[in-house]
Design a protein around this ligand. Structure first.
Ligand code: THU
Length: 137
């Protein structure tokens, strides 16, 4: 039996992370909070660059922070995204691929300032994903 997902606190963490976004070009601030299978939470925001192609999304910032913070293997249980917009934002294709690496069945929940929520799973967002198994891992 797994513990219930602490979605309210993950939403708060993602909302706070969004306030730290560095998004002077798009002005589109995104926050993410990820929950690992062993109960740790990491957050991230988008970090843009004058060389636009180098922008890093909030979801990947959170995942890369988790990888950098500890030695044990990262297994994602849930990814929460927050945008201060009227409708929720689903992870981009690149982030779906990165989430797949560490959480192919992770729950993915997107919140916004309104009541609308996108509540789904990574395998629904990226069916038939290419992943570690294709390389024999
Ligand atoms: N962005 C994210 O951080 N996460 C998403 O799920 C969608 C897009 C960022 C990238 C860029 O800094 C800005 O939002 C506009 O695309």
């Amino acid at each position: 039996m797994s513990l219930p997902l602490p979605l309210a606190s993950l939403r708060r963490a993602a909302r706070l992370a969004a306030t730290r976004a560095y998004a002077p070009y798009s002005k589109f601030k995104v926050g993410a909070a990820i929950l690992t299978q062993d109960g740790a939470v990491f957050t991230g925001c988008n970090v843009e660059n004058a060389s636009y192609g180098l922008c890093n999304c909030a979801e990947r910032t959170a995942i890369f922070s988790a990888i950098a913070a500890r030695k044990k293997a990262l297994k994602l249980r849930c990814v929460v995204v927050y945008t201060d917009t009227p409708t929720p934002t689903s992870p981009c294709g690149a982030c779906r691929q990165v989430i797949n690496e560490f959480g192919p069945t992770a729950r993915v929940v997107s919140y916004c300032r309104g009541n609308a929520v996108i509540d789904t799973t990574l395998d629904q967002l990226l069916p038939g994903a290419f992943g570690p198994a294709n390389l024999g891992h």
